[in-house]
Design a protein around this ligand. Sequence first.
Ligand code: FMN
Length: 223
Amino acid sequence: MKVSQAIESRMSVRAFTQQPVPVETVKRVLEKSARTPSGSNLQPWRMVIITPEKLAELNALMEKRLAGEAHPKGDNQEYQIHPDNLKEPYRTLRFEVGEDMYSLLGISREEKPKRRQWFANNFKFFGAPAAAFCFVDRIMGPPQWSDLGMYLQSAMLLFQEEGIDTCPQECWAMYPKTIHEFCQMPDELMLFCGMAIGYKDKTHPVNKLKSKRLNSKAWLKIL
Ligand SMILES: Cc1cc2nc3c(=O)[nH]c(=O)nc-3n(C[C@H](O)[C@H](O)[C@H](O)COP(=O)(O)O)c2cc1C
């Protein structure tokens, strides 16, 4: 597969088949991804692969955690997922991708409980058979966090090359303490995000979502 094909075909997949992804495959891809560049070669990504047994345990834990909560309450967050009061064009972009997704799911704006129910699927990795978490040392700042992004994109493209789909998930940042404890991580590390890993359920409407992109005029200047 060409890099262009991997970039074009990758999308955030939010419904998976039960076809398993061997832990060795996930490990191989995550190891290959470590060729990602990083400032001063700090390689700040710290990854955890969740094996199927542990995934079943985590799914059960999260189900219990979310039971009876109208909206996931979460732990005390360690970083803010978005700035408060997003300005334009970010606000509209966020709104549009949400509306496009709920429209494919046939859930209207008024059906808040259904929307919340769908959102809660995040916390079972959308039914993916494999998963990973990305942590970073608390001393690291924006430059190293950007290295994490590059690492995760390398991983997602290499998964594409293997025919495997993914969904990066920063919603897990709502549960930093729960996931930190579950993964038995040292105190100096903090959670950035999770990643659902598996094979796309091609029959599910949510996977028909082709997210839009801004025209390059909005973000590209040629001087
Ligand atoms: C760091 C990061 C975190 C994300 N977190 C979530 C998440 O928690 N839940 C979710 O459904 N999608 C999540 N996404 C997916 C984005 O919504 C998606 O990348 C964006 O809408 C563009 O769509 P595409 O990935 O299909 O191209 C995340 C993406 C990134 C890069």
